[in-house]
Design a protein around this ligand. Structure first.
Ligand SMILES: NC(=O)c1ccc[n+]([C@@H]2O[C@H](COP(=O)([O-])OP(=O)(O)OC[C@H]3O[C@@H](n4cnc5c(N)ncnc54)[C@H](O)[C@@H]3O)[C@@H](O)[C@H]2O)c1
Ligand SMILES: [Zn+2]
Length: 363
């Protein structure tokens, strides 16, 4: 008989898990591995709630395994390091995002694109090398190979900095790769949620002119006055959309559900790029003619590699970019997920793990 998860992972841990695709979370006892030679173990202080957690909890992408402990915007303080760890010491502020493993030998890994490694391992809900399932940051502790641990600069708060580990890198990486980070360019942001609001902040810090494109006019005042967007378009309002046609160099689309892309393609200049980062459950309809006439590009992007994630965090610290957060106790998490489903959050829920997650006797 093989070893049980508790034998492989002798360290007791606790968190909140969903047991099925209802996605309802409740207390859960489990275990994590001992700190290996190259591992960093840390006390989780805060964990952001990404919309991907919601997709995964409800098995909307069809690959969820239960019990599922979500959370891939994990920030904390190092409690133990392995003997071969070089970059971290006890007491350091650190974070883990969406990835905890990759092969380190493929073409993608050699280019610091662990996020595109075919053997990339996600922070929760997948089988780790030792055969156990990975558990995310809605839990008291975290252990990860130092390669996948991000150093959080001193001036970046752990609570409002945590969402950058997924939301931040997911919008930063395509802006860099697709050349939308050049001062003076005009970039649109669609979907003003967790990803969208930090996209506005990063784009502004890069010197880009930013327009938020939204279905709801009631986000306008805040997008401009608070987040610093240059302008705002209500996508259903033709009087606003028509004059804006052909004026965007690129658009970052963070929408979490199916939506029409035709109006967005119309907004692009010739050679303009529509970058999809939202991950709707159902396919989008792609009209081809607007792409042909204007040589436009529709592309995608998934999080970022570890080197770029550290670069993004350092850039955020330098430019004082953090997420706008609503800090919640862990026992509010199910209500928070319901509110997230209705886009009722400005702009990211972050769970105060250290102060509110208590050990439990239930399993
Ligand atoms: N590509 C990646 O690597 C990556 C990383 C993180 C998240 N994601 C995905 O990005 C999406 C957004 O994540 P988030 O955490 O910012 O979510 P969020 O819920 O905070 O924001 C989503 C935004 O989309 C808007 N929206 C929802 N349905 C819409 C519709 N039909 N039409 C127009 N707008 C609509 C909401 O009002 C909200 O402002 C999710 O699908 C998530 O899974 C992708
Ligand atoms: Zn995420």
């Amino acid at each position: 008989m093989g070893e049980s998860a508790e034998q492989i992972h002798p360290k007791k841990a606790y968190g909140w898990a969903a047991r099925d695709s209802s996605g309802v979370l409740s207390p859960f006892n489990f275990s994590r591995r001992e700190t290996g030679e190259k591992d960093v173990t840390f006390k989780v202080m805060y964990c952001g709630i990404c919309h991907s957690d919601l997709h995964m909890l409800k098995n909307e992408w069809g690959n969820s395994a239960y019990p599922l402990v979500p959370g891939h915007e994990i920030a904390g303080v190092v409690t133990e390091v392995g003997s071969k760890v070089e970059k971290f010491k006890v007491g350091d502020k650190v974070g883990v995002g969406c990835i905890v493993g990759s092969c380190h030998s493929c073409d993608n890994c050699s280019k610091n694109l662990e996020n595109y490694c075919p053997k990339m391992l996600l922070t929760y809900g997948v089988k780790y090398y030792d055969g156990t399932i990975t558990y995310g940051g809605y839990s008291d502790t975290m252990v990860a190979d130092e390669h996948f641990v991000i150093s959080i600069p001193d001036n970046l708060p752990l609570d409002a900095g945590a969402p950058l580990l997924c939301a931040g890198i997911t919008v930063y990486s395509p802006m860099k790769y697709y050349g939308l980070d050049k001062p003076g360019l005009h970039v649109g942001v669609v979907g003003l949620g967790g990803l969208g609001h930090v996209a506005v902040k990063f784009a502004k810090a890069m010197g880009v002119k930013v327009t938020v494109i939204s279905t709801s006019p009631n986000k306008k005042k805040e997008a401009i006055e608070h987040l610093g967007a240059d302008s705002f378009l209500v996508s259903r309002n033709q009087d606003e959309m028509l004059p804006a046609m052909g004026t965007f160099d690129g658009i970052i689309d963070t929408v979490s559900a199916s939506h029409p892309v035709l109006p967005l393609l119309g907004l692009l200049k010739t050679n303009g790029k529509l970058i999809l980062v939202g991950a709707p459950e159902k396919p989008l309809e792609l009209p081809v003619f607007p792409l042909l006439f204007g040589r436009k590009i529709v592309a995608g992007s998934a999080i970022g590699g570890m080197k770029e994630t550290q670069e993004m965090i350092n850039f955020a610290a330098k430019h004082n970019i953090t997420a706008d957060i609503e800090v919640i106790p862990v026992d509010y998490v199910n209500t928070a997920l319901e509110r997230l489903m209705k886009a009722d959050v400005k702009y990211r829920f972050v769970i105060d793990i250290a102060n509110t997650l208590k050990p439990t006797s239930s399993i």
